[in-house]
Design a protein around this ligand. Structure first.
Ligand SMILES: Cc1cc2nc3c(=O)[nH]c(=O)nc-3n(C[C@H](O)[C@H](O)[C@H](O)COP(=O)(O)O)c2cc1C
Length: 316
């Protein structure tokens, strides 16, 4: 998660037995080097760095990759459309490559480009949403087609979600929203509280939050006054059509209405109007907990859910 997933969160997830990812889309090579060093200061466990080639100017992307390779990052995770040359570069640098995709076609492309793991994102997911299919439909199609390990992403916030993804053929899961609301996440407390307060049906899928990414990049966010003002027209927007209306500041950079910056610890301004990324999974998030407690609860619930399923099948 670009923004919330800084070193504190990535390290906490890895330390708890998960696989932490630094969300570094849009960040400078200097910040990436600092954050990688900080994760290593906090944990000796493996972790990765996530970049989004589609949303990054080529010169910055080259510098970001160089910063990761110089720091000997062992795993790179990419998102959105598949760039085989970047997969090759990361493989040549000795990295494990994870690629998050939103369609069967892109999953096949990622595998043939040399990715080691494909992350299948369903339309339930929070943040930028690449595809249109629910996880329950897309995931089995990818499982039937690919030979490499697959992680399921979108709508998963607890052990039951984990077990259902495994049942659909995934080898693991990727979670965003539930960790956005964790203690260690760099998201602003306002955003965390809104996730906790959200119920089912409180998110929308829209391309209304457009400034900051190339056109045609839909997101899933919590409903707010900006989505309410758009009424029934949640689609068909272009970043160039919006006036640059400043609604806040993040570390000296303006935050725009209809922009893609979500409120972070470093953000000030009118949080309610900002881009409040959230997956459908937000309805399952009930509190702000340490990342380790989230991982532990997920594993305990999953074990119990598997036991329950076996008992039901045995008629006990
Ligand atoms: C705040 C936020 C920021 C995100 N930023 C990124 C990103 O920078 N790169 C990426 O690959 N995915 C990003 N995602 C999408 C996640 O990788 C993942 O698909 C999603 O969180 C899964 O759905 P869930 O939120 O229901 O767990 C982001 C998601 C959220 C909630």
């Amino acid at each position: 998660m670009g923004g919330p997933a800084r070193s504190e969160l990535a390290a906490a997830v890895s330390e708890a037995g998960g696989f932490g990812l630094l969300g570094m889309v849009g960040e400078t090579p200097e910040l990436i080097a600092r954050e990688v060093a900080e994760v290593r200061r906090r944990t000796a466990k493996p972790f990765g760095v996530n970049l989004v080639p589609f949303a990054t100017a080529p010169a910055l992307l080259a510098d970001q990759l160089a910063a990761c390779f110089d720091a000997r990052v062992s795993a790179m995770c990419f998102f959105w459309d598949v760039h085989p040359a970047i997969v090759e570069q990361a493989k040549n640098a000795g990295c494990l490559v994870l690629y998050q995709v939103g369609s069967l076609e892109d999953a096949v492309l990622a595998q043939s480009a040399g990715a080691d793991v494909v992350i299948v994102q369903g339309v339930e997911a929070g943040g930028h949403v690449r595809g249109r299919l629910p996880l329950s439909v897309l995931l089995p199609r990818v499982v039937e087609t690919l030979t490499i390990p697959i992680a399921a992403s979108g709508g998963i916030a607890d052990g039951r979600g984990l077990v259902s993804a495994l049942e659909l053929g995934a080898h693991g899961v990727q979670c965003g929203t539930v960790f956005l609301a964790s203690l260690e996440s760099f998201a602003h407390d306002y955003h965390k509280q809104r996730i906790v307060a959200a119920g089912s049906g409180d998110t929308v899928h829209t391309d209304l939050f457009a400034i900051g990414w190339p056109p045609h990049a839909p997101v899933r966010v919590l409903k707010n006054s900006v989505t309410a003002a758009a009424g029934a027209t949640l689609w068909g927007y272009h970043p160039d059509q919006f006036p640059r209306e400043v609604i806040g500041d993040d570390a000296g950079r303006p935050v725009y209405r209809c922009g893609t910056d979500s409120p972070l610890r470093s953000t000030t301004g009118d949080f309610e109007q900002m881009c409040l990324y959230a997956g459908e999974s937000s309805a399952r998030v009930t509190g702000i907990h340490p990342a380790a407690a989230i991982v532990d609860a997920m594993m305990r619930e999953a074990t119990a859910a598997i036991g329950g399923a076996e008992a039901r099948a045995a008629g006990r």
